[in-house]
Design a protein around this ligand. Sequence first.
Ligand code: 5GP
Length: 185
Amino acid sequence: MRYTPTVLVGPSGVGKGTLLAGVRELCPQVWISVSATTRPPRAGEIHGEHYFFLDDEHFDALITHDGFLEWAQYQTSRYGTPRAEVVKHIDAGEAVVMEIETQGALQVMERISPLRTIFVVPPSLDILEQRLQRRGTETPEAIAARLATAKREIQLIDRFDHVLVNDELAQATTELVNLLGLAQS
Ligand code: 5GP
């Protein structure tokens, strides 16, 4: 039976990346898509591992050549899922997961079927704000903008199959492994 590809969404700072790192450790067979972005790398981020960091010209060229399964503007940058890689891994029957924001997820819903969709929420918006502050990767203005976007994103929650509350990390990771239908090795 073919694996149903999954999109994982949720507001910035909710812990999608940390959850997926935990899933990858428990279930190394999962294939997590590497997105392209025009945002500059944060300290420690590696090109080709965390993102493909592209300039606007390269991002535009990929759009023109239909190279994205989906793409969206998020804050001051653009983010997109390289189409060919994802399709290749889906066709190979691998457990494909795409970690993206909601506008992109709505595009994937129109283009890939069957598709599993999971929305990760924080226990509260106050806790989300604390997590963004603790992460320390954004300025106060950027944190405020990400929180405003988070409120808009959460309004779309009904469009998703599953809601996962990321309160206690280990528990949320186990729940995510179960939702993804992955066997632990
Ligand atoms: P960050 O700048 O914090 O890495 O990511 C900002 C937002 O962009 C997050 O919500 C993240 O899930 C989303 N994102 C990452 N890659 C993609 C992508 O390929 N497409 C879309 N639409 N969103 C993405």
